[in-house]
Write a protein that binds this ligand. Structure first.
Ligand code: ADP
Ligand code: MG
Length: 321
């Protein structure tokens, strides 16, 4: 069944997320009008998912809706922002009711968990493309940036690395070692859990933060380059997912942990001597965080293998151009 534009908006998006008192005008006018809390700064990010690039043509619409919001929430988490509102620009080859219903459910599922209100968007016909913009707030001066790490700071990552990368590799031509990919890896690839809560706990504590969307290799590189520092990372300390740890080919193991991307964990730095404060701030918060190395006064990143020798990464981070 093919629906018209206004039916689609009314039926699937107008009442999709819970009302918020700070939405003065949401879906239905030319633009949304939002009430900002005093003494806060607006934090805005946008990310696009393109069929055939970010997900396969046949991907489950629930997962596409979920992930389109998740990747934006992950950016908000890295800035220590509190997400509040989102807009959704959807380009569809056709308005298929079953597809739209599942897509909207996926989006709403994650939106409800983070109390995000969908306040507007756009609908166009064309190759399947999903753009979400997330809007949030942070108390004045409390946002975290990627370019503010200092020599001596400890480097941490949240959760585990490589689960999504394993699932991604297994879905392509190059199955790894014929490894069986457990369901949790596939879940992590399609429905990443953005670390919004941890990001907020890091306010006033972390010296820098970034989300790991393109792999630790490339994203830590962004931190050191924009901070004008270097880093040393001990690969033995990397919190690799258990399935990846069991992969026999060491080169594939490091490559997936560092370069596969799609993990949506946070990488952040903590000034020396503030580790205990970090532990207190994150008490009872899931998932665990792991210290993997430190920021140095040099340039570039020194990746240290378990035997003490240097690891020379051959693969690089994912780049569109
Ligand atoms: P305009 O023509 O003024 O750009 P539209 O006709 O595109 O407005 O959209 C009508 C209303 O529906 C607007 O408030 C817009 O923000 C909202 N809207 C359109 N597409 C979506 C969508 N995919 N999700 C949420 N809201 C949407
Ligand atoms: Mg429009």
């Amino acid at each position: 069944m093919e629906l018209d534009e206004f039916e689609v908006i009314q039926r699937y998006f107008a009442g999709l997320t819970a009302p918020r008192r700070d939405i003065i005008r949401g879906i239905g006018d030319d633009a949304a009008v939002l009430d900002l809390p005093p003494d806060h700064e607006l934090v805005a990010a946008t990310d696009t998912l393109v069929a055939g690039v970010h997900f396969s043509e046949g991907a489950a619409p629930f997962d596409i809706g979920f992930k389109a919001l998740a990747v934006n929430l992950s950016d908000m988490a890295a800035m220590a922002g509190e997400p509040k509102w989102a807009t959704l620009a959807l380009t569809l080859p056709r308005a298929d009711a079953a597809w739209l219903e599942a897509f909207a459910r996926g989006f709403a599922d994650l939106a409800a968990r983070h109390e995000v209100g969908l306040v507007g968007g756009d609908l166009t016909r064309g190759p399947l493309t999903v753009t979400v913009q997330i809007l949030g707030v942070v108390p004045r001066g409390r946002a975290l940036y990627r370019g503010t790490a200092r020599p001596g700071d400890r480097i941490y990552v949240t959760g585990e690395l490589g689960s999504a990368g394993l699932a991604l590799a297994a879905s392509g031509k190059a199955a790894i070692d014929g490894a069986d990919i457990p369901a949790f890896c596939i879940e992590r690839l399609h429905r990443p859990e953005p670390r919004v809560g941890i990001g907020r706990c890091l306010r006033g504590l972390a010296s820098a933060a970034i989300d790991i969307s393109d792999g630790l290799l490339g994203d830590l590189q962004h931190v050191v380059q924009s901070s004008g520092v270097g880093a040393e990372v001990e690969l033995a300390k990397l919190p690799m997912c258990s399935t990846l740890r069991a992969v026999r080919d060491a080169d594939a193991r490091w490559r997936i942990a560092l370069c596969a991307g799609d993990d949506y964990e946070l990488c952040f730095t903590i000034p020396p001597g503030r580790g205990a404060e970090l532990s207190r701030a994150l008490e009872g918060v899931d998932p665990r965080v792991t210290e993997i190395g430190c920021i140095t006064a040099g340039r570039g990143i020194h990746w240290i293998l378990p035997d003490g020798s240097s690891y020379q990464p051959r693969a690089s981070a994912y780049r569109h151009f």
